[in-house]
Design a protein around this ligand. Structure first.
Ligand code: ZN
Length: 191
């Protein structure tokens, strides 16, 4: 039996802001249902932002279920909250699989269902690196492998690891590795 959605609690400004920002820090503090879809989510869910008038607030997932809402498949609001350690592993998985794509912090945050600032904070706290530094490291390792083991052009390798601009690829490679990509490749060609 679905409770009349008008009787349910509407979001405060603060709750609304947390939903707008996909604020992971608000997770486990409240859950929100959307009356137009009858689906409920965690505040951090990166699904399309519903209209504010369609949002109803719940103190726990069971209350949302009791009111006739179904859990979102994307943020799985009835699952246990993932620990930060698990979350970092999840972030690494996304970086390892999608390093070749345009992957800025905003896109990453969407994929792992968190806010940008919280993502950067937690990731750096647990790994000592920012997600961007980790992404650069993955790309450089991949580029080194391709330089050493293929005949692809420098520009093509740059593109394959996610740097479409060859000048930028060469610059960052040289900064981090201390050699240009061409010089790096030379080491494997000699003898
Ligand atoms: Zn959701």
């Amino acid at each position: 039996m679905v409770a009349s959605s008008n009787q349910l609690i509407r979001p405060t400004d603060q709750q609304w802001q947390a939903i707008v920002a996909n604020d992971r820090q608000a997770d486990d503090q409240f859950w929100y249902g959307v009356t137009s879809t009858l689906i409920f989510c965690r505040p951090s869910c990166a699904s399309r932002l519903p209209k504010r008038e369609h949002i109803r607030i719940f103190a726990d997932p069971n209350a949302a279920l009791a009111a006739g809402f179904r859990p979102c498949k994307r943020c799985r609001p009835t699952a246990e909250l993932v620990s930060n350690q698990t979350w970092v592993l999840e972030i690494d998985q996304v970086l390892q699989h999608h390093y070749a794509e345009k992957l800025d912090l905003n896109e990453l945050a969407k994929q792992v269902h968190g806010s940008e600032s919280y993502l950067r904070h937690v990731y750096q706290q647990l790994t000592g690196q920012t997600p961007q530094q980790k992404l650069t490291q993955i790309r450089l390792e991949r580029a080194q492998l391709l330089l050493a083991t293929t005949n692809s052009t420098i520009a093509s390798i740059g593109r394959q690891v996610g740097w479409a601009n060859p000048a930028y690829f060469i610059k960052i490679f040289r900064q981090q590795i201390g050699l240009t990509p061409r010089q790096y490749r030379q080491q494997f060609l000699s003898v």
